[in-house]
Write a protein that binds this ligand. Sequence first.
Ligand SMILES: Cc1cc2nc3c(=O)[nH]c(=O)nc-3n(C[C@H](O)[C@H](O)[C@H](O)COP(=O)(O)OP(=O)(O)OC[C@H]3O[C@@H](n4cnc5c(N)ncnc54)[C@H](O)[C@@H]3O)c2cc1C
Length: 262
Amino acid sequence: MTTTQQLTPSLVRVVLGGGDLAALSMPDATDAYVNVAIPPPGAPYDDIFVPADVRERFPKETWPARRRYTVRSWDPTAQVLTLDFVVHGDTGVAGPWAAGVQVGDVLVFEGPNGGYLPDADADWHLMVGDESALPAIAASLEILTPGAKAVVRLVCDGPAHELELSSPGEVDLLWLHRAGVASDEDLLVSSVKVAAFPEGRVHAFVHGEAVEIREIRRHLLVDRGLTRADMSCSPYWRRDMADEAWRAVKRDFVAAMETEVA
Ligand SMILES: Cc1cc2nc3c(=O)[nH]c(=O)nc-3n(C[C@H](O)[C@H](O)[C@H](O)COP(=O)(O)OP(=O)(O)OC[C@H]3O[C@@H](n4cnc5c(N)ncnc54)[C@H](O)[C@@H]3O)c2cc1C
């Protein structure tokens, strides 16, 4: 790990260099993600480890926690990889790790994989998410063709948590703030429901909290007539569930989401 930067009160940028980054093969996607592996304190193996070996050789309670993080940027010349971590209070593993990370610390990860790239043939783009989707949305906005239309709806805690985003496109951007709102779970959903959509075929990217994403997906397919092929839509995390618990039910949740509106 080479540098860190506090981007907003709840977003920490971690810039990785060295290690075996030279071997990295980046997919052509703006939502490429890596599987990071964060060992528990006092883990009985080296800082640099192969997750599968650890699972084979060490007791389960010492296994690293697995989390997914989007590649915010990759510089193949300098071999520098940038990830942005949401620090959501002091709960969890990856958030607290990012809050306390020091230059020289090691981060083990596998990947990357990814699948979404804004479709240059679409008439316009819709991008919706919370802080966890910001790295993918920021990277996607940066590569739009000049003048491409994008409607972007983002939710964050308050004005200090907004991030400056740049794009050669024509962007209709609205930040929604959780602060001062009795229940913030409807913020994104409601704002997408009232958003004025440009004419023509949209290519949509909708990622973030599971229940919110499911409702936005339903609205886009049922009320706005989008097709599944024109949407990249997935629940990144689930309110009140650590990632281990979420991964245990995610397959069923996604299956139910997909049969609800196929
Ligand atoms: C493909 C993919 C790409 C992702 N990219 C990113 C990324 O670039 N940056 C990023 O920050 N996250 C990203 N996420 C989401 C991230 O993996 C999860 O938020 C993860 O649960 C965080 O782990 P943790 O150890 O910090 O918290 P956990 O131990 O998983 O959870 C502890 C508690 O915190 C809550 N929580 C988890 N995430 C959040 C959050 N974002 N906001 C508020 N509360 C939360 C949980 O509901 C739980 O109650 C991505 C997820 C996927 C599937």
